[in-house]
Design a protein around this ligand. Structure first.
Ligand code: ADP
Ligand code: MG
Length: 943
């Protein structure tokens, strides 16, 4: 093969997959050429080299060994690069065309010469061609089958150019490799398409690692915003949109990217050919894939945008997977109305699965609820939390199940033990269906399947309500598949199919016979030396092996004349002569040919096994779903039992009543002092104004109410002594003044955009939590806006939603005298010797004042500043207005309270701690931040 023909092949593939970085398999390496090489070296830490293509031309090249490729693919994909994997598909050696994994494994095993079952190590495995470096060492040459002897007679022909093809395109949303996937969350590919007039959006999502595929649509002027909320919920790894064609399209893509990054999503946006989103094409792709004639069963026959998005997503994944998507067996068209709607801001504010600081582990609602034992359970629980229900019957169903498990601690513990360490059945099945599963994974699949009857037995044994509410789960009969796998594979099969040693002795009579044949031939060869010495009387006779001639009999030159008749001379060395006999050649062929046959037969047996697993996929996947549900339910029950949650009662009213409620996350965080439970009631259409100084616990109460409602409708028990909740259709929050300047929007702008969204979309069934609304602007503006918003919520016929409004503007409490459904509550504080203590308790009535100066004092402001503030406050409260004349250029009194009139002009710069103090936005600080700043200030003050 010449380099130029190989490069031509590369260029042809590159032309077809021009948007991809091509990983071109050359022997044991994947190579990137030209611009790809430069890009590869730019993203990953690999050395950029070059390769000569003609006498005086070299092209850039960068390569990695095949066995290390996954890590590099992961890096590239994370950087938004699509990678096309090009494998050698030709050669007459019958290399497996489907799986790059299996071929990779084969060469690895061959290189080490370890073939699992080999009984002697003296022999090499199948020889590999080394004639030319760029020819793969992996595909056996046609000669190999007949063994070394033939090779000598007929020198290896110069190999032709290997056929190569793209076996798959790897993108963030189409990963299937277990190592590249996040086990505990879904890996979605989303497709988004807008109606030409912008009055509708289709949004589909597909997880090819689990086969989950669903689509929805939105209409009306706000459709894009709703679609975006749904995207935030899904957190896809990748979203494909029609390739931009105009400046408007570009602007749209840019906006989408911006919104995604604002929500802290690592989602990669990819353009995909426009026609793929067109109705006719999308329908065709879906119908062909499902082998259907109508999309009615999938619910999107009459929903063109949902259909367009689904077709585009599937089409994109089909290209990436080169048509292998057998695991995608269904499509669900859903309506966002089936679930409680949580807009992007609310999801963020409630820190459901990511904190406001972007931490995805600690401090989230998910983190306090997730004690699942399996990745499947973790994904299920996350999906539930992301989608609270609105249907009372479905919620009750989950509460029943959680309750049953709360009441059966032993069964719960046994079940969780059985689930612990269970491999990811769902993803394993899908890998098997897609043809990627190696032997070790198939065996793991059997082990995972064994958990199904195990937990079902535990449930049945528990009896009572456990059986009543959970008895229907994990009833699938998967033992037969598991047994079939265990019967077929050895106990510790290799990760990738390749060398012999995958199939269990006894699984196939034909295979066992081959092994016996080989053993017999080996034994015959091993004892040949002794026998021949005996027969010929030539003590110096030896049996040996070399790569070129295979087995031979060797005699010193001096004894050559005594060689028996049947010895055929093969090679003459300085001191020795080497011979073969027909029988030796026959046995040698048995050994080498036998190994070939064993490989081929093992491959066939393994493929049949995988085909059987794939055939059982629907049952296995249903079982996997049940395992996930049981694990998630058990996790909820465990948390409920450990942390004293109760079953909430849900009804059709539009009020709610919480007694002894706790914030699920904060209650686990407060060290030392215990969390103070609170009672909160919201009558139909009631607006509660919660006042109190900073740090008193207002925000905590607001989030607590939202969390309790959310948990209740997820189907979880709730952290309270008692909770009665009228079903909520949407939760809206506008919480805290976060600094979103990093995202390019001022805090106040964000606040107003979110508030506008609430006023447009809330219904009488909604729950609105407003926290410090209007704080982002001046006091009078802020109070005016808050006032107007509350009036609107109170009076608008389409609103009247239950609302909790936390504010430190105690001026607003006057509203309760004007609006009948406004009620004042406040956070109790105790005052001793002019100092305040936060009791974190909600009490009736308005706070009498802001306690701002108290808080400033607690924060450690210098005594002189605090005293001055008290004095000014007094003047202001008496209605004297701001005593401006006093504020101008007066030197600060020193610690003794004397005015240092004659103190030297401050030549030295003022102390930096003071500047820092002045620059501090106390209202915008969390208590923890305040404390941290305080330490900083003290450090500065101490020099
Ligand atoms: P505010 O919004 O009134 O400024 P926060 O709700 O931010 O106050 O609460 C301030 C801090 O007080 C919280 O970080 C928390 O540590 C503590 N806290 C709040 N509520 C409670 C409670 N009910 N029990 C114990 N500690 C609480
Ligand atoms: Mg607050």
């Amino acid at each position: 093969m010449s380099d130029s023909s190989m490069l031509r092949q590369w260029a042809e593939i590159k032309a077809q997959f021009s948007d991809c970085l091509i990983f071109f398999r050359l022997g044991d390496f994947y190579e990137a050429f030209n611009e790809d090489a430069e890009r590869f070296a730019g993203v990953c830490d690999v050395v950029l080299t070059s390769r000569p293509v003609s006498k005086d031309r070299r092209i850039p090249m960068a390569g990695v060994p095949f066995h290390a490729v996954d890590g590099y693919i992961a890096q590239l994909v994370r950087a938004g690069v699509k990678v096309a994997i090009v494998e050698q598909s030709g050669g007459d050696g019958g290399a497996d065309k489907r799986s790059r994994m299996s071929r990779a494994g084969m060469s690895q095993a061959d290189a080490k010469g370890d073939s699992g079952r080999a009984t002697t190590t003296a022999e090499p495995s199948v020889p590999t061609t080394t004639a030319e470096p760029s020819v793969p060492a992996t595909a056996p040459s046609p000669d190999a089958a007949s063994g070394p002897a033939v090779r000598t007679a007929k020198p290896a022909a110069r190999p032709k150019l290997m056929a190569r093809e793209v076996v798959r395109v790897v993108t963030p949303g189409t990963l299937i490799e277990g190592d590249l996937l996040e086990a505990r969350q879904a890996n979605y590919l989303a497709a988004l398409v807008c109606a030409p007039k912008g009055d509708g959006v289709g949004l589909a999502h597909l997880d090819i690692s689990t086969g989950a595929f669903a689509t929805t649509d939105f209409d009306g002027a706000d459709s894009l915003r709703h679609a975006f909320d749904e995207l935030v919920r899904l957190r896809p790894a990748e979203v494909v949109v029609p390739e931009p064609q105009s400046a408007t399209d570009d602007a749209f893509t840019a906006r989408l990217k911006e919104q995604l990054s604002q929500s802290g999503l690592p989602t990669v946006v990819m353009g995909h050919a426009r026609w793929q989103f067109e109705d006719a094409n999308a329908r065709r792709v879906l119908l062909e894939h499902f082998g259907a004639t109508t999309l009615r069963a999938y619910g999107c026959e009459d929903r063109p945008l949902a259909c367009a998005a689904a077709g585009a997503a599937l089409g994109y994944a089909l290209v990436a997977q080169r048509g292998r998507l057998a695991q995608v067996t269904g499509l669900a068209t859903y309506a966002v109305d089936d679930y409680m709607t949580l807009d992007a801001a609310t999801r963020r504010n409630l820190e459901i699965s990511v904190t406001l600081r972007g931490d995805a582990r600690g401090g989230t609602l998910l983190s306090v609820l997730d004690t699942t034992r399996t990745a499947l359970g973790a994904r299920t629980l996350r999906a539930w939390l992301d989608r609270p229900l609105v249907d009372a019957a479905r919620i009750a169903h989950r509460h029943d199940a959680v309750g049953a498990l709360v009441d059966a601690p032993e069964a719960r513990a046994a079940m969780r033990d059985a689930l612990a360490g269970t491999p990811d059945l769902e993803r394993l099945v899908n890998r098997a269906v897609a043809g990627y599963a190696g032997p070790r994974e198939v065996l793991a699949l059997a082990r995972a399947a064994r958990a199904v009857p195990a937990v079902a037995t535990i449930v049945s044994a528990a009896g009572g309500t456990t059986v009543q509410h959970l008895g229907g789960l994990c009833r699938q009969d998967v033992s037969e598949v598991a047994a079939r796998i265990e019967r077929t594979l050895v106990d510790e099969p290799p990760a990738v199919f390749g060398s012999a040693g995958t199939i269990r002795p006894g699984a196939s009579a034909a295979l066992d016979a081959l092994h016996e044949g080989i053993s017999a031939a080996r034994a015959w060869i091993a004892s040949l030396e002794g026998r021949e010495r005996e027969r010929t009387g030539l003590r110096k006779l030896k049996v040996g092996y070399n790569r070129v001639f295979g087995y031979y009999l060797e005699l010193p030159k001096s004894m050559a004349d005594s060689a028996p008749e049947d010895y055929e001379r093969r090679q003459t060395l300085v001191d020795n002569e080497r011979y073969v006999t027909p029988e030796l050649k026959a046995r040698e062929a048995e050994v080498l040919g036998g190994e070939e046959q064993i490989q081929a037969l093992e491959r066939t047996i393994f493929r049949d096994l995988v085909a059987d697993v794939a055939a059982a996929a629907p049952v296995l996947l249903a079982a996997a779903r049940d395992l996930g549900i049981l694990d998630a339910l058990a996790s909820l029950a465990d948390v409920a039992a450990t942390h004293h949650y109760v079953r909430p009662s849900l009804d059709d009213s539009r009020s709610l009543e919480l007694v002894g409620a706790r914030h699920p996350v904060v209650e686990r965080r407060v060290a030392g002092a215990p969390f103070v439970p609170n009672d909160i009631g919201l009558a139909e259409g009631e607006i509660v104004l919660l006042t109190g100084p900073n740090m008193a616990g207002k925000s905590t109460v607001g989030r607590m109410v939202a969390h309790v409602v959310l948990l209740a409708q997820v189907g979880s028990f709730v952290p309270a002594d008692r909770a009665r909740i009228g079903l909520v259709d949407r939760i809206f929050t506008r919480i805290g003044a976060q600094d979103e300047l990093a995202a390019g929007q001022s805090t106040f702008m964000v606040e107003m955009v979110e508030t506008a969204n609430i006023l447009h979309h809330a219904t009488p069934r909604s729950l609105i939590i407003l926290d410090e609304l209007g704080r982002g602007t001046s006091t009078y503006d802020g109070i005016a806006i808050a006032w107007a918003v509350l009036e609107h919520v109170h009076n608008h016929p389409r609103l009247g939603a239950r609302t909790l409004f936390a504010t430190h503007y105690h001026e607003l409490t006057a509203l309760s005298e004007l609006l009948p459904r406004v009620r004042n509550l406040s956070m109790k504080v105790a005052e001793t010797d002019g100092r305040i203590v936060f009791l974190h308790r909600v009490v009736d009535g308005a706070a009498d004042r802001s306690y701002g100066v108290h808080v400033a004092e607690l924060a450690g402001l210098p005594q002189s500043v605090v005293r001055r503030a008290w004095a000014l406050l007094e003047r202001l409260e008496e209605g004297d207005g701001v005593p401006l004349q006093e504020a101008v250029g007066r030197p600060v009194a020193d610690e003794q309270g004397q005015l240092s009139l004659f103190a030297p002009a401050p030549t030295a710069a003022p102390h930096p701690a003071l500047d820092a103090l002045r620059a501090m936005d106390l209202d915008g600080l969390t208590p923890l931040e305040a404390l941290t700043r305080l330490y900083e200030l003290r450090r500065m003050a101490q020099g």
